[in-house]
Write a protein that binds this ligand. Structure first.
Ligand code: UD1
Ligand code: UDP
Length: 364
């Protein structure tokens, strides 16, 4: 029987593919798990494989890239070799990273069907490399697993060729599966210095690669009315060091800088926060999970997750320091009740996706 190849490259892909890997394992479907090495530090990759109790990847690529093009090219070349060796029925990719585009191109060149998990998201912001990756991947995918109806309509409007299925987002499955484990195992609250805090993350290239915007974020964090806990992404740490800001933020009393957190710790840090401040995609979704239920201020000019805004969880606050600060103040004063359901699904997305794949390729 030909296997299913499941591809990951970065932290969020490991988290969002975990429920799919588990569902495939439960059904004893032959699976090849490949981590393409776009994220390679222990705390950006292997830590998640361990936290999510995944079987070790069958293939682990080493990428030595100095540019996004080289990164994409090297993954295409290594995926091409892997696909020749494994001859899969389908290649599953998740999200909008360079890994996703590279793996989808490699499969397409070998005429192997591509299933795109989290298809159809659109920010309509062409400054973002992810917007290009999503559009290109959706256009060469045979199976488009749209998390919501909005994503489905985006795909229909673009007349993409693949079959569209609305499945929910597997990130909600991941939260449901891991929060109870996190509540037992995580000790992060002993390490967080503040009782009440805002949890912040920032890593988008169009934000942190611009020193003015990065400075806005740091100033907003240091002047925030409530202390900020800030696990730093390696891209951002690099930019802060280059800009001479890193030493200063480490010494700021109401800002606690942490290394990237593991998934269990991050879930607990989110759940216990008063508010989330982020430019992340996945965190906008997780904040809507019934077990987390937090307000999120999105430090960006756009979002590809309008569902979180429409449901009342998220607000797009831009990247200006004063706007971020006044949004923090009003969010902390606001006492509105957040919905009991997530717009990103019921936590059964992975089951649906695996069911579709199995009916298509493994059931006579
Ligand atoms: C990538 C994705 C982004 C996703 C994010 C998840 C693209 C275009 N971007 O952004 O969509 O939201 O992952 O976190 O695919 N680095 C390390 N160690 C690592 C990984 C990265 O030090 O393990 C540093 C390196 O200096 C590297 C830089 O971070 O050059 C950027 O990494 P890269 O994977 O290219 O992009 P991200 O910003 O992580
Ligand atoms: N995350 C984590 N530790 C951190 C920061 C984020 O485990 O220190 C998790 C978070 O729970 C979410 C995912 O990483 O599931 C989001 O990844 P990221 O923000 O890097 O990428 P994006 O979702 O924007 O592509």
């Amino acid at each position: 029987m030909k296997p299913v190849v499941v591809v990951t490259g970065t932290r969020p892909e490991i988290i969002k593919m975990a429920p799919i890997l588990r569902a495939l394992k439960k059904n004893k479907t032959p699976t090849v798990f490949v981590h393409c090495g776009q994220h390679y530090d222990y705390n950006m990759a292997q830590q998640f494989i361990e936290n999510l109790e995944l079987t070790a990847p069958d293939y682990n690529f080493k990428i030595k890239a100095t540019s996004p093009g080289a990164q994409t090219g090297q993954i295409i070349a290594q995926m091409d070799k892997l696909l020749e060796e494994t001859n899969p029925a389908i290649v599953l990719v998740e999200g909008d990273t360079n890994t996703v585009l590279a793996a989808a191109i490699a499969a397409n060149k070998r005429k192997i069907p591509v299933g795109h998990v989290e298809a159809g998201l659109r920010s309509f912001d062409l400054r973002m490399p992810e917007e290009h990756n999503r559009r290109l991947t959706d256009n060469i995918s045979d199976f488009l697993f749209a998390p919501t109806n909005i994503a489905k309509v985006n795909l229909e409007n673009e007349k993409t060729w693949g079959k569209i299925f609305v499945t929910g987002n597997t990130v909600i499955d991941a939260v449901n599966e891991h929060l109870p484990i996190a509540e037992r195992k995580s000790e992060i609250l002993d390490k967080i210095k503040f009782k009440k805090y805002i949890l912040a993350t920032a890593h988008r290239a169009e934000n942190v690669d611009d020193i003015k915007i990065l400075r806005n974020f740091i100033e907003a964090f240091t002047e925030s009315p409530l202390p900020v806990v800030y696990p730093i992404h390696p891209r951002t740490k690099k930019r802060l060091c280059e800009g001479g800001l890193y030493d200063m933020i480490e010494k700021t009393p109401n800002l606690q800088v942490l290394a990237p957190l593991g998934y269990l710790d991050f879930l607990i840090a989110m759940k216990n926060s008063e508010l989330i401040l982020t430019d992340s995609g996945g965190i906008q979704e997780e904040a809507t999970a019934p077990a987390i239920k937090k307000q999120v201020l999105v430090m960006r000019l756009s979002t590809e997750r309008p569902e979180a805004v429409e449901a009342g969880f998220a607000q797009i606050v831009g990247t200006d320091k004063q706007k971020i600060l006044s949004a923090i103040k009003s969010a902390l004063e606001r006492k509105h009740k957040l919905p009991d359901e997530s717009p990103f699904g019921d936590g059964k997305a992975a089951e649906r996706i695996v069911d579709i794949v199995e009916k298509e390729f493994f059931v006579d």
